[in-house]
Design a protein around this ligand. Sequence first.
Ligand code: GLN
Length: 473
Amino acid sequence: MIDLKSLTIEKAHEAMKSGEFTSRELTLAYLTVIKERNTELNAYLEVFDDALVSADLADKRFKDGTVEIMTGIPVAIKDNILYEGHLASAGSKILKNYIASYDSFVIRELKKAGAVILGRTNMDEFAMGSSTQASAYGITRNPVDITRVPGGSSGGSAAALAADMALVTLGTETCGSVREPSAFCGLVGLKPTYGAVSRNGIIAMGNSLDQVSPFGKNVRDAEIMFNLMSKHDKEDATSVPDEKRNPVYKKAKATKIGIPRHLFKDGVDPEITQNFEESLVKLKSLGYEIVDIELPFSKYSLEAYYIIMPAEVSTNLSRFDGIRYGHSVQGGNLMEVYTKSRGTGFGREARRRILLGTYVLSHGYYDAYYNKAILVREKIKNEVNKAFESVDFILTPTTPMPAFKIGEKMDDPVAMYLCDIFSAPANLSGVPSMAIPSGKNMEGLPLSIQFMAPKFCEEYLFDIGKKFESVNK
Ligand code: GLN
């Protein structure tokens, strides 16, 4: 029996190299857990029937000695990542039968490395949501407490990892969709620098914000996934060329942490605040210097995000018209085909955001909303970059509350949007951010803190994350 709970990528790699177990055996172990647990959790929408074929190919590579660290490692992917010949529905009915016609950049990298792609995981429709209750394919449950949500929108990938149904998983972030579920499920979640990982082959939500992001059971696993994916891709205009990836502020030793306390004065669960203070004590004991900082414009992050994102969403989702992709309803004329296909293909939240986005982009309102939000975003970007002239990290709680109950916040979109309050600054400013477990509350629910670092300083995050992990066992 393979001990999946304590397995890491490096341990699995060593075990496959020494012949302790094969990738086929490892893959079968995960498939067994999936069989046992997926009906209850609904983490996977589909398990790919070619997973064992990839495992056998990986085993052959172990025999030939042509392995990399990810060879034979079972990975689950979010349902908005294109994998040629496999369904990718972005959690939406409108793409129910859509089969990817090409591989996304990240899948190409996983394939080159010989990883095993186990299946695709549930998500809020088109990545809109913070709880994975807005999928056309049912809710996903949190393995830590099945009466609670796993967070979202990449809740399927988080639940799959937390329940040992994969060794590592991929999600995407537009505003917290990996960090928030990692907080709710007790995992590490990394949102890379915007432009570090190619968006090529990712079903777009908000192009100026989206970034493929890994979940790991520990910092090292997330780091391995980041290293695999963080490469220039000339097919994505927003992918940053290698020579421009040099961090501006990179120092030999990152030691100073800035705390924008004014951002979390109100509306934060007292247990989160207490855990945050305890985490600061641990970080001080590790030798970090803690200082207060002010980010006056960042308190408008959520407002700016919920204008910019729907604007981009309404544009992106216009391509789903019942003619070119997936779900289509016949009508008496072309307009009827559009309205019926879109009206029945999109769920409530997707329709709400299309309406919002169309409104903020419409003639007469564009200046009042969209243009203003873009200006606010610029201010946020500038102040975050400026803060990194005097500190190496910015630290906040990851979410204002621990995992909430299934059913909560579904009738109150604004309450749901508030979950993203600490996530938005990193996505808007493009800097990397990593959420890391920081303990549990009285009910045993995971709690989490989140570090932001200067652009292309993911290494800072891995370093502090590993140190924090070592005192937070
Ligand atoms: N909660 C965010 C939203 O609903 C999640 C976006 C994301 O990161 N995909 O917009």
